[in-house]
Design a protein around this ligand. Structure first.
Ligand code: NAP
Ligand code: MG
Length: 499
């Protein structure tokens, strides 16, 4: 555990949190119509960061109306594609200019170490630049029908309209970026609701969006409780599409609500991703991958490699070495320059993770390392030690439920067929990993895994150009790449009579 002098909070970030935060509706920073506020907390200390407007259904109405108006009237629908691209590129430059502030806000509200949050604004800028490129490349097709002499048949890509977006707390800034870049490049307008635990980075992004010069009402940010705001947004008749990232349970409710008005819906939900270590793998690479795949961001990653399948002949040694590796992570406040693993997001999340460890033990799993909260000067925040559970069977609750904390369930296997069958025995199918030096095995297993993303001899790589999303109950649709262009455009087909 690390207890160094903390990196001082970036001055602009300190200034940002010194005032109560309002919501962005129709280009203005406004309080909730009810006047209510709530507080956000630093998970590293449990202390209040600042107060934030607690929006209600009536604020969703205002935001949706603004987004609808901006979609249909004013400058936004008239902007040329290269002008939309220019706004996105300007926003990307502003992200680069304000990178440290953004990193510090993420560490403050989410707990993630500054070591990792520092990469975020540059990644976000890259994401906006990638989608800036798409704005001028939204082409349709000319289609040779069976009556070529008589008709001209073509397609156009058009924006869907008003897009509602709802985000979780575990990677709040990049989640906001991913809910904005593709819809804005394609000409939609957005109403975005960040998680109650982590609204700050998203609100700062709202300021940069204004500074970049996006017309009023194109991006609206409403803060407040998911139960009320979520229902208001997903049931709203003037919202055309919902993009949600969060838990599978809430995702199911959202799909039901969207059915009322047949909204388009994309869902990025939970996971229990299988990471398969073959005995022929490069041992050191596999060990490092296995550890980082589950423990980064203290396991609060939807595609975390939380079910670790290790080939029987190396299982005991690998699990013991993984436990030793886990002990080397410095756990602490994200502003400590040596911290690798920060806290989990809240007292509630910490308790939930510890409960799962108890359940695992009652199911017969063995705690090889970790298994409890961290002490030593970390009593105030919400810390859980990186935990390796051995002696796990794939049908145990700890191998099937998403724990969303720094807990890995290690399961032995004895053949390729057996491990594919176990890996696919899950309601989820988001991420997946394979460590092997046998290229045939790598492809064979990658193809057999019922999951949206597979990493071979690496883990966790994401890129704006590379589609991301889930099979089964891990979601519907894809973010990133050309898949997100499909997710934010309608295809219109036009027939012209040439006769
Ligand atoms: P969550 O409880 O599902 O909340 C996600 C968002 O939904 C929050 O903004 C929340 O608002 C809102 N919400 C809550 N109830 C709602 C309702 N009835 N209708 C509409 N919105 C509602 O998830 P979380 O606890 O924040 O995040 C953890 C989960 O997200 C994990 O399961 C994780 O796997 C998943 N996740 C998936 C991905 C992915 O890309 N697949 C990425 C990140 C996280 P409040 O904050 O106000 O409650
Ligand atoms: Mg929640």
């Amino acid at each position: 555990m690390s207890t160094n002098t903390l990196i001082p909070l970036n001055r602009n970030a300190a200034e940002f949190i010194s005032k109560p935060k309002k919501m962005l509706i129709n280009g203005k920073w406004v309080e909730a119509l009810s006047g209510e506020t709530s507080q956000t907390y630093n998970p590293a200390t449990g202390e209040v960061i600042t107060s934030v407007a607690k929006g209600g259904k009536e604020d969703i109405d205002r935001a949706v109306n603004a987004a609808r108006k901006a979609f249909e009237e004013g400058p936004w629908p008239k902007l040329k594609p290269n002008e939309r691209a220019k706004l996105l590129l300007k926003l990307a430059d502003l992200l680069d200019e304000n990178a440290e502030e953004i990193a510090h806000l993420e560490t403050l509200e989410n707990g993630r170490s500054v070591k990792f949050s520092s990469a975020m604004a540059p990644n976000a800028a890259g994401h906006f630049r990638y989608y800036a490129g798409w704005a001028t490349r939204l082409t349709g097709e000319t289609i040779p029908t069976s009556r070529p002499g008589d008709v001209f048949n073509y397609t156009r890509r058009e924006p869907i309209g008003v897009c509602g977006a709802i985000n979780p707390w575990n990677g709040p800034f990049m989640a906001a970026v991913m809910k904005l870049a593709a819809p804005l490049s394609t000409g939609n307008t957005v109403v975005l609701k960040p998680a109650s635990e982590t609204p700050l980075g998203t609100l700062r992004l709202g300021e940069l969006i204004q500074e970049a010069g996006f017309p009023d009402g194109v991006v609206n940010i409403v803060t407040g409780p998911g139960s009320t705001l979520g229902n208001a947004l997903t049931l709203h008749p003037e919202v055309d599409k919902i993009a949600f990232t969060g838990s599978t349970d809430v995702g199911k409710q959202i799909m039901k609500n969207c059915a009322e008005t047949i909204k388009k819906v994309t869902l990025e939900l939970g996971g229990k991703s299988a990471h398969i270590i073959f005995a022929d793998a490069d041992y050191e690479v596999a060990l490092k991958n296995a550890a980082n795949a589950i423990f980064m961001n203290s396991g609060q990653v939807c595609f975390a490699g939380s079910r670790l399948f290790v080939e029987g002949k190396i299982y005991d040694k690998f699990v013991a070495d993984l436990a030793d590796y886990a002990k080397t992570y410095k756990l602490g406040n994200g502003f400590d320059p040596e911290t690798i693993l920060g806290p989990v997001i809240s007292a509630k999340q910490k308790q939930s993770v510890l409960n799962y460890i108890d359940i695992g033990q009652s199911e017969g799993a063995e705690v090889i390392t970790g298994g409890d909260a961290a002490e030593d000067g970390l009593i105030q925040g919400y810390y859980v030690k990186p935990t390796v559970l051995g002696n796990v069977r794939n049908d145990m609750k700890i191998a099937q439920d998403e724990i969303f904390g720094p807990v890995v369930a290690a399961i032995p296997f004895h053949s390729v067929e057996e491990v594919i069958e176990m890996a696919n025995k899950s309601i989820y199918g988001l991420g997946g990993g394979i460590c092997t030096t046998d290229v045939r095995k790598a492809h064979k297993v990658a193809h057999a895994m019922r999951t949206g993303n597979v990493w071979v001899n690496t883990y966790s790589l994401v890129d704006p150009a590379s589609p991301f999303g889930g099979y089964k109950q891990s979601g519907i649709g894809r973010e990133n790449g050309s898949a997100a262009i499909d997710a934010y455009t309608e295809i219109k087909n036009v027939w012209i009579n040439l006769d």
